[in-house]
Write a protein that binds this ligand. Structure first.
Ligand code: 2NL
Length: 339
């Protein structure tokens, strides 16, 4: 039995030489120390030993067992250490490595100017209203006193979705909806996308942006309109800005006017932006036509109002000296980041 114990220990020492990982070490443990392992098998023979032999063999057996246990423990620790080193190596972070460039967003120039315009009107007590881009012919044309045969209604000027549904050609339908749902006093601006079928060049795009304004209250006059737009022009283009109201025609306002501002590039002296005239046209406006008030459920005998509309794209182009409207819609960061 002594022989067998010694040869078992030798066999273990030979085999453990080839053990490389934790799994192989566990296999070896089962082979030598497991319930059906070699050591268990040897110990079964203990019963047959004489009284004198028992303590001696028992001592040797214990020594062999503990040597095997120690051998396995050393191997397991070694394997653990190797695994840890491998993990540390693979997870190592080089804190001196250059960072990956993160491209930061930038507010679009149209929104820079829109925010400025919104702030000016909010400062004068206006609310912002928005509405659908797909509109009914009624809200876009009929309610606005547009003649049934007006050329702007035609398929060649307006995008039709269905017989009675279009992409809005202006943001006026938002104001129509507001007049129908709220009681005066009304003081709103309605910014948003508009669509027209007839335009595509450096100053025209089939999709563009408009900002309209509407005030309805008792005793609103043309003087309120002029004062409001003059205050607006001075805030957005500079305190020295002058305004000029030229008579015009719109079906939804009467009287109507177009507004020029003194050129904010050359102070009125004449340059390429004002085409030498010293004036730049920026918006259209007028007193809300009684037919429009009536159609929207407001009594024109009791209330009056003014309205105006301006092209956000055009004003932004002038302000930032952008020469092609199509730059706005290409979303090239090299363009957008400049403002
Ligand atoms: C322009 C002219 C204008 C309006 C828009 C309006 C809206 C309602 C009633 C009456 Cl609900 N008028 N809007 C009035 C005058 C001019 O826009 O040249 N826009 C770029």
């Amino acid at each position: 039995m002594k022989e067998r114990l010694n040869s078992t220990l030798k066999m273990f020492k030979d085999e453990i030489e080839h053990v490389k990982d934790i799994n192989a070490a566990e296999e070896l443990r089962i082979k030598f120390l497991g319930k059906k392992g070699i050591m268990t098998d040897i110990m079964k023979g203990m019963g047959k030993l004489s009284k004198e032999e028992k303590p001696e063999i028992g001592k040797i057996a214990n020594e062999v067992r503990s040597e095997i246990e120690q051998g396995l423990e050393i191997i397991k620790q070694k394997a653990k250490q190797e695994m840890l080193e491998l993990r540390l190596k693979s997870e190592k972070i080089d804190v001196t490595m250059p960072a990956v460039d993160v491209e930061i967003g930038h507010k679009h120039p149209l929104y820079l100017v829109l925010d400025e315009i919104k702030d000016i009107f909010i400062g004068m007590g206006y609310k912002i209203e928005e509405g659908p881009e797909v509109e009914s012919v009624y809200h876009n044309f009929d309610a606005l006193n547009a003649p049934k045969d007006h050329p702007s209604r035609s398929m060649s000027d307006t995008f039709y979705i269905m017989e009675d549904m279009i992409l809005r050609t202006q943001t006026s339908p938002v104001q129509v909806r507001t007049m129908k749902s709220k009681k005066p006093p009304i003081r709103i601006i309605a910014p948003g996308r508009c669509f027209r079928n007839d335009e595509l060049d450096s100053t025209h795009s089939p999709m563009f942006h408009q900002i309209e304004g509407l005030v309805v209250d008792k005793d609103i006059t043309m003087a309120d309109l002029k004062g409001t737009l003059d205050a607006f022009a001075k805030q957005i283009f500079g305190a020295n800005t002058k305004t000029k109201f030229r008579p015009h025609y719109f079906p939804f306002t009467e009287p109507s006017a177009e507004v020029d501002v003194s050129c904010f590039k050359c102070n009125g002296g004449g340059c390429r932006f004002c085409k030498g005239s010293g004036w730049i046209e920026i918006l259209g406006c007028g007193m809300v036509h009684p037919n429009v008030l009536k159609e929207c459920g407001i009594d024109p005998e009791e209330y009056s109002g003014f309205a105006f509309g301006m092209g956000l794209d055009r004003i932004t182009m002038l302000k930032y000296e952008i020469d092609d409207i199509r730059h706005f819609f290409e979303n090239d960061m090299r363009f957008i980041k400049q403002f």
